[in-house]
Design a protein around this ligand. Structure first.
Ligand SMILES: [Zn+2]
Length: 175
């Protein structure tokens, strides 16, 4: 019995083979620095460490981890300044005009450039579902508690506090 021929794989069209990677664009607050990388980024992660918290002035920083070889500064290279965090072996780059952190390189990972996730207006192809130094999450960080409008302050929301369970009033003194 003749062996059944394997179904032929659909051949790739030359167009599909030469298709350029989707380009992701990131920019600082003033727009002076623009960075590009190819989609998807390698991974996306939340960094709760003290150094990233301070460098961003925020509860934590969220980064898109990219291959260094795929990151290109397409505008404003002269505006990019560097801080060498020698104690930790990190390098942090920021826009010298508006102060936005634009790149974070860890000494232990020389092939990676971490770009703050918030600099990308669109999607990066990776969900930020990894956490580094989660044990340093601050008790003042907002982690999705229920909020409601604050009366008299349009646009301001306040966290809803749960009413404490009613406890029986203990009479210390008899009337
Ligand atoms: Zn800037």
């Amino acid at each position: 019995m003749p062996a059944r021929a394997k179904p032929e794989k659909p051949s790739k069209t030359p167009k599909a083979r030469t298709k350029a990677a989707e380009v992701l664009s990131a920019a600082c607050l003033c727009g002076g620095v623009e960075i590009e990388t190819d989609a998807p980024v390698f991974w996306a992660w939340h960094d709760h460490s003290t150094s990233s918290r301070r460098a961003h002035g925020a509860a934590y920083a969220t980064y898109a981890g990219c291959w260094k070889s795929k990151v290109r500064v397409t505008k404003g290279g002269a505006l990019v300044a560097e801080f060498h965090d020698e104690a930790r072996g990190h390098v942090r780059r920021f826009c010298s005009r508006c102060g936005t952190p634009v790149m974070f390189m860890r000494g232990s990972s020389p092939k990676w450039i971490n770009i703050p996730r918030a600099l990308f207006a669109g999607r990066t192809g990776r969900e930020a579902k990894y956490h580094v130094a989660i044990e340093e999450l601050q008790d003042w960080a907002y982690i999705g508690q229920a909020v409601g409008p604050l009366k008299g302050y349009p646009g301001v929301m306040v966290e809803k506090t749960r009413k404490p369970a009613r406890t029986k009033r203990v009479m210390l003194f008899e009337a």
